[in-house]
Design a protein around this ligand. Sequence first.
Ligand SMILES: N[C@@H](CCC(=O)N[C@@H](CS)C(=O)NCC(=O)O)C(=O)O
Length: 228
Amino acid sequence: MITLYDLAFQEDRRPSPFVWRAKFALAHKGLPWTAVPCGFTEKDKIAFAGSQTFPVIKDGEAAVKDSWVIADHLDKAHADRPLFKSEMARSYALFVAGWVDTQVHAVLFPLVVADLVDRVRPEDKAYIVESRGKRIGTTDFAAFQARAREKGVTAFRAVVEPARRVLKVQNFLAGDHPAYPDYALMGAFMWARIVSPLSLLEAEDPVHAWRERMLDLYDGMGRKAKAA
Ligand SMILES: N[C@@H](CCC(=O)N[C@@H](CS)C(=O)NCC(=O)O)C(=O)O
């Protein structure tokens, strides 16, 4: 059985976009796992893997950190139902993951940062206020988020245009069936959904319809997760 070290917020919310990539990858491959909830200030639980971030997995003797390395590990260690069916598929997945990390998360983070800070475990509050405060240059998260939302939702809808173009003509970023590119982008939507009630997409947006399909995958794994 694989153990997945997962970042936990208040009321056992599990918003980490990178952990969601790992969860979707495990579900895609039909691999069961046990999750170990960890707070931001419980990095000692993942020290065995030499990691300061989540996700980490323990798969038999292997300790693996970083969502992308985990995906590669899963395909090597468990050949069935590959995440990457070809070198080109793997390259496309890496490209989408990089786009989400650098563009989608960058636009999303200011839109939900105050909601996120509000939902961390009380024991992690001081850590998150200091670390995220440094990142945005203020600890007045509510004012920062309100300002970001003046133009940010429009900017967010614009940044996902590359995905929209694909989803206008097919059901998933990977084609007829979901695969890692879908999991990489869906991680960002899970993050937003779990920390914030903010409405990001218009109902008629093809990205909205895709997100609904993604929420239904694997027995509604995403939909069942505690949302904001
Ligand atoms: N490149 C890493 C990034 C993982 C990451 O940044 N995880 C965040 C949670 S979303 C984290 O664990 N942060 C710990 C912290 O901020 O102290 C991956 O893909 O796994």
